[in-house]
Design a protein. Structure first.
Length: 382
């Protein structure tokens, strides 16, 4: 933590959970028929793994009571006030601080990687600057130091984040993982898979493990009125948002900018895709079977439903929640390889409507759909 070296030197940080198939699949390396039985097993393993991960989350748990009163994060009592104070010092949500500590040490004050030490995993160099002469293995010293360090990193990356509070948190986390010099060098989040995985891990855990009210911190704003519905009824979650390392995919596709849902393990048309909320249909990106729309309610998120087989609506239509959009399938022309049928679902920050000709999933506006769908009651199984 706190070094200017590449993120590869921090291999101790776990990557974001990787679905076995991902948005674009792994077929194309050898004949598709040879892989069918193997892929069926992979889908089952991916679903089982995701269910196990979801079962361990504490999202929605009641606030923890302590001598200091009710806490907004689910952490051991002895760390509640320290995390609250560090959050105030840094100017970032308590859930982010809690998720960082878990990722760095799993709340172990004596953790050590050989290079970094303590509950917040400070390097000797960074501790000398922010430890204020304290003991790196004492949480009472290390957690306040984390708050001071995050505050400084936030100040450094503020010019690049501009007025985007979500981007400010992401760039601060990027600076924490890869060093502020790399954020400045690349003009944003560095192209290190480890750093990108770290950001998504922290942003996801901040809601799913540490939020007492299940509120997402990845979107600093109102999610709009009303609940949504699952865009793929009877579909199951197969792959998450964030970095991955799927053999056979081009490097750009290793950063997964949506979530995948699937009703089975076949090819061609499968389950029915519906509008999760009221939408204005804005266009098509036919190369990858993507139907594009913008939510009619504020904040006017832009949505993409990709790998579809057919479209039951047209650009310009305004449709209601539950309207049939088409069927999930396996159209993925950008990759040049056959994939298992599934729905790849993206949520993008408000902006100019995607019409198809201007659709760019990697323009930096993609938001992890999982926390939003869960908060809106539209996640598979809810």
């Amino acid at each position: 933590m706190g070094s200017e070296e590449s993120a590869g030197n921090k291999s101790k940080i776990a990557g974001a959970t990787l679905g076995a198939l991902g948005c674009l699949g792994i077929i194309g390396l050898v004949a598709a028929l040879f892989f069918v039985p193997f892929l069926v097993v992979l889908i089952a393993s991916a679903i089982a793994g995701d269910e196990a991960n979801n079962a361990s989350a504490t999202c929605g748990a009641p606030a923890v009571e302590s001598k200091e009163g009710s806490s907004t994060v689910n952490v051991p009592e002895e760390y509640q006030k320290l995390i609250k104070d560090a959050s105030k010092e840094a100017g970032v949500p308590e859930q982010i601080i809690a998720a960082q500590i878990q990722a760095e040490s799993n709340f172990n004050p004596d953790a050590s990687s050989g290079v970094a030490h303590g509950i917040a995993q400070f390097t000797d160099e960074t501790w000398a600057m922010y430890g204020n002469g304290g003991d790196v293995n004492n949480p009472a010293d290390a957690i306040p130091a984390l708050g001071r360090y995050m505050k400084k990193l936030k100040e450094i990356v503020q010019p690049q984040a501009k007025d985007d509070p979500d981007q400010l948190i992401r760039l601060t986390l990027a600076a924490y993982n890869a060093g502020p010099g790399n954020v400045e060098k690349y003009g944003g989040v560095p192209p290190f898979s480890e750093t990108r995985d770290y950001i998504e891990k922290i942003m996801g855990a901040s809601q799913m493990k540490f939020s007492a009210d299940c509120k997402a911190v990845a979107w600093d704003g109102d999610l709009g009125p009303g609940e949504w519905t699952n865009p793929l009824p009877k579909g199951q979650f197969t792959s998450g948002f964030g970095g991955r390392n799927v053999p056979g995919l081009p490097s750009w596709a290793q950063q997964h900018v949506g979530v995948d849902l699937a009703t089975g393990s076949g090819y061609g048309p499968q389950g029915t895709v519906i509008a999760p909320t009221d939408l204005k249909i804005t266009g098509l990106y036919e190369k990858d079977g993507c139907l594009l729309g913008t939510t009619t309610a504020k904040p006017h998120f832009r949505l993409a439903f990709c790998h579809m087989d057919d479209y039951q609506v047209k650009a310009g239509q305004k449709i209601k929640k539950g309207t049939v959009l088409g069927r999930e399938s396996n159209h993925a022309g950008s990759v040049g390889a056959q994939v298992i049928s599934h729905l790849h679902f993206e949520i993008h920050k408000p902006g100019e409507d995607y019409t198809g000709s201007n659709f760019n999933p990697y323009d930096g506006s993609a938001i992890n759909p999982e926390p939003i769908l869960k908060e809106k009651g539209a996640w598979p199984g809810q």
